[in-house]
Design a protein around this ligand. Structure first.
Ligand code: SAM
Length: 288
């Protein structure tokens, strides 16, 4: 059975009495080249264990199962379980787990379901929960690569650098933990039902070490979030209201780093944010 053929998908789903749920981000692939290419980009072999979130009817799952040692696929919609039992019956290296991936301990799941294998993630993510799911996958700290299809707009934000409208706190969080690659775009015509937006496939490769030394990682991300919470404001104004620091003190800190006192947060790269966070901490040490 061709799991990306529009007519076959319609017949399969009708047989199971399945109805698409918009709130679960259910847009299933209808172009065979897409799951094949996503699975190719995930760098799989028999020593890899894949966690997939949202197998749908299993078109990507089947491509992953052909290439990897094992696949653990988490699906929230229980109406899809009998469908997956049918479509994946020829694969003995796939386990389907019913549940909400956003509420699971993904590290424990990988250890339990994929023992002895190199854990990676590969998925066509439900778009409405992309950011919390990617955050949870990165914070799990065990996945070597995360190859996922997401909305193009979010993919651009994840990969953006300074001085662009896409640059922001979430991208910096991802870039702190992973190397990011924007791989290819997928148009709405490759799905049923068709989404309103273009999708992109990205690959995140976990860094063994943070990209830069920083004294207090939590403070670094408080500074970054404060800077972008009010991105139209100057950095001094944004940090003053976001972190409760004095403006004079902040202007002095920026001057000490060779930065213009009117600079905006979106002009700073990760290294500049790390230097700024360390300097703010040094200022606090001096006060204490
Ligand atoms: N992998 C299939 C494909 O590429 O055609 C389906 C992808 S579809 C964009 C997203 C899938 O994620 C749906 O099957 C949906 O039911 C499932 N899903 C939505 N939220 C979920 C969650 N929190 N945990 C696990 N699965 C979820």
């Amino acid at each position: 059975m061709d799991l990306t053929d529009y007519n076959e998908i319609r017949a399969l789903l009708a047989r199971h009495g399945f109805r698409f749920s918009k709130s679960l981000g259910q847009n299933f692939l209808t172009a065979a080249w897409v799951p094949e290419r996503i699975a190719d980009e995930a760098g799989l072999d028999e020593n890899t264990g894949v966690v997939e979130i949202g197998p749908g009817i299993g078109c990507l799952t089947a491509e992953l199962a052909k290439r990897a040692g094992k696949v653990a696929a988490i699906e929230l919609d229980k109406a899809l379980l009998p469908v997956l039992r049918e479509t994946l019956r020829d694969f003995d290296n796939v386990t389907v787990i019913r549940g909400d991936a956003a509420k699971m301990d993904l590290r424990a799941l990988a250890e339990e379901r994929l023992p002895g294998l190199r854990p990676v993630v590969c998925a066509n993510l439900p778009y409405n929960v992309t950011t919390p799911l990617l955050t949870a996958l990165i914070e799990a700290g065990c996945f070597e690569t995360i190859t996922v299809m997401i909305q193009r707009e979010v993919a651009r934000r994840i990969c953006a650098g300074p001085d662009s409208a896409d640059y922001g706190a979430f991208g910096l969080f991802v870039q702190w933990h992973c190397e990011t690659e924007l791989l290819f775009d997928v148009p709405p015509s490759c799905f049923v039902p068709q989404p309103k937006v273009t999708s992109s496939v990205i690959r995140l490769t976990r860094r063994a070490e943070p990209p830069l030394p920083v004294r207090d990682e939590k403070l670094l991300f408080r500074v970054i979030r404060a800077a972008f919470n009010q991105r139209r404001k100057t950095l001094v104004n944004a940090l003053s209201s976001g972190l409760g620091l004095g403006k004079d003190e902040l202007e002095e800190t920026l001057a000490g780093l060779g930065l213009d006192p009117r600079v905006r947060g979106e002009a700073l790269d990760l290294a500049a944010f790390a230097a700024l966070s360390d300097k703010i901490l040094t200022g606090k040490d001096e006060v204490l």
